[in-house]
Ligand binder design. Structure first.
Ligand code: ZN
Length: 114
């Protein structure tokens, strides 16, 4: 895996950011949320355009309600908790907008206000 350098999000005062519920590592801002209409293993999940301080696992094919996708689990860089997944390939043309984007499970997130 190599060394993961922990980064911090640059945000305005008062802006909320999404962090790891276990270790409070920064993941994303609310502006990175593309959709809140997703479901993960534990319930509600959000689709993000970008997430920082995570590393990816092995690529594998999974069949979801919206068809077959190649995905990688994403782990928190600090505590290694699996917090969601990244879409690499969507086989259904209507699902291609997800490619390269990230799902984070709502229940595994917390937020802090800067
Ligand atoms: Zn963590």
């Amino acid at each position: 895996m190599g060394i993961v350098y922990k980064k911090y999000l640059q945000v305005e005062n008062g802006e909320k950011i999404l962090v790891c519920n276990t270790c409070k590592t920064h993941f994303a801002t609310y502006e990175h949320i593309l959709s809140k209409q997703f479901f993960g293993q534990y319930g509600k999940a959000y689709l993000f355009s970008n997430v920082i301080n995570v590393y990816t696992g092995e690529a594998e094919d999974r069949t979801m309600r919206t068809g077959r996708h190649t995905v990688q689990d994403i782990h928190c860089a600090e505590c290694s908790t699996v917090v969601g997944w990244k879409y690499l390939v969507a086989y259904e043309p209507t699902e291609r907008y997800k490619e390269g984007h990230f799902i984070l499970e709502r229940t595994l997130l917390n937020h802090v206000q800067m």
